[in-house]
Write a protein that binds this ligand. Sequence first.
Ligand code: NDP
Length: 449
Amino acid sequence: MALKNEYLKKNYEELSARYAEQKEFIQAVREFLESVEPLIDEHPEYEKAGIIERIVEPERAILFRVSWVDDNGKVQVNRGYRVQFNSAIGPYKGGLRLHPTVNLSVIKFLGFEQIFKNSLTGLPMGGGKGGSDFDPKGKSDNEIMRFCQSFMTELAKHIGPDTDVPAGDIGVGAREIGFLFGQYKRLQNEWTGTLTGKGLSYGGSLARTQATGYGLCYLANEMLHANGMDFKGMRAVISGSGNVATYANQKATQLGAKVVAMSDSNGYIVDENGIDFNVIKEIKEVKRARIKTYLDYVPSAKYVEGCSGIWTVPCDIAMPCATQNELDIEGAKALLANGVKAVAEGANMPTTLEATQAFLEAGIPFAPAKAANAGGVATSGLEMSQNSMRLSWSFDEVDEKLHGIMVNIYKNISDAAEKVGKPGNLVVGANVAGFIKVADAMLAQGIAY
Ligand code: NDP
């Protein structure tokens, strides 16, 4: 889709020239600008206040060296990042990613998306993201601990309960958050809920582990109902087998779907009887093994080498829950040819722009990541509230609040899509609804901040 609005076109051209090498970031901005075009046409006050120029530049980007010593006594050096993108509606909030593909472009795209996602939750949270190109795969617990401590030694200078509250993302689960939190507390000599996703014995929230996957299914279910469908009886394909995928599998199964395929970056498994949540949890959370080992537990399942082929497995609903740009036009064509009825994104920007367009043109209900995976950060917001109040809510209490938030997000994004003349287009709806609140807060707060 070509941008027609001159103001947006100019901003996009300048940004893509300035950051030509930041492909993921430019891709995320492109989708956003296309979505908010009708709104910008109608509201000249946004252009007058330079909202677009300001919203696409992070308020602050911190790049730092992370040196640590491996088990052989050798010095290792990684690059650390924290991009504090926008604090108009609350303290920066967003996860930390540890993966060799992490660079400034990836962190900026994630931080940019986070602004609108956090806004959609209805909670007072700004947008940020961070991480490092450190690869946790194959590292000992001690190496992970030393890396996390070194990473936090610098990061601690820039975060705080009212400034910036990081959480987990790819490669950062309960173990890493524990090491990061321990080091933060040691350095600051105070106990505050500055990280979320903490263990239950030290301020974590019940249901945070499950929240992104559960929230994805709650939102997808609203979308299915609005289109005369239900998870009940559906075949689902979920890519990935990490935190989001594991709990999306559990909730989709509880809601009556059969999850027939899951993957990791090496390959995918197909189990026509429905993938067993307990086996995945054991393999991934306890053994930290490859998904291939599912066959040791369920010999009737099938394993296929290479992860992209997962989209050729026939299904009614596809839920990409692994990583960015994992579902491309080839995957979309295969899904459409096999009669896919709905798509809901669990990962951040897992579908390429071309593939998203193909689903929208085919009239397939499509739940974009910004809205569909907002349950994780929403529950992190609930963890912050519990920490501030020195209270712990029960699992059911948190789950009920999460469910309410996801139902509300669906309503807001579908109303917003309708309001700008794109009924049913939830990509547009999510960007517009997320943007308005942030833009209006920026307008109210003046320019030099
Ligand atoms: P994890 O690290 O727990 O899991 C990531 C999973 O994806 C692993 O199974 C990994 O396999 C797999 N994977 C990576 N690349 C590919 C690929 N190309 N094809 C297939 N599988 C792949 O991360 P999360 O589950 O936490 O995060 C997944 C996505 O969800 C990310 O985009 C993240 O930003 C997003 N997200 C996460 C939230 C959370 O609360 N955790 C909240 C909102 C969004 P392998 O082990 O082989 O690397």
